[in-house]
Design a protein. Structure first.
Length: 146
């Protein structure tokens, strides 16, 4: 039961952290419009400042395009892909813990049930009497609780 409780606390912590992180990723709806408008006017510095004032994958990708605008298209695409990959890794942070917990938790529950039932059969064997229901019921209760 304690390992399951520990995994539960870890999962709740990850869920809250991810919710907080995702809530900060909201970018301004007109970020693209502002950036494109500044770029069309030739004011790339203002477009860069508009992107740097925002957080999130979209702002970082637009900023990468603006920083490397004088390079070849292939280089710009590579920079955007690198930025997107970095952002993707940040978004997937701690998710393997949730995946592992989702796999392990049912198995730990079954293991707890098995241990409780083994305890019950040991209580039956040591009680040597079918009339001692307290020892049997405590083991069954442990199995069902785990």
């Amino acid at each position: 039961m304690w390992p399951l409780l520990l995994l539960c606390v870890a999962c709740i912590t990850v869920i809250l952290e991810r919710a907080f992180t995702f809530s900060k990723l909201r970018t301004s709806p007109d970020l693209v419009n502002k950036t494109v408008a500044f770029a069309r006017q030739g004011d790339f510095a203002a477009a860069q400042r508009a992107c740097e004032g925002q957080s999130g994958p979209l702002a970082e990708s637009l900023s990468a395009v603006l920083r490397h605008r004088d390079e070849k298209t292939e280089h710009i695409e590579r920079r955007v892909e690198e930025t997107a990959q970095k952002s993707w890794l940040e978004l997937e942070k701690y998710l393997p813990l949730l995946e592992t917990t989702a796999t392990i938790a049912p198995l730990l529950g079954l293991l707890g049930t098995l241990v409780g039932m083994i305890g019950t059969f040991n209580a039956i064997a040591t009680a040597r009497s079918r009339g001692n229901s307290d020892a049997i019921l405590s083991g069954i209760g442990e199995a069902l609780y785990a």
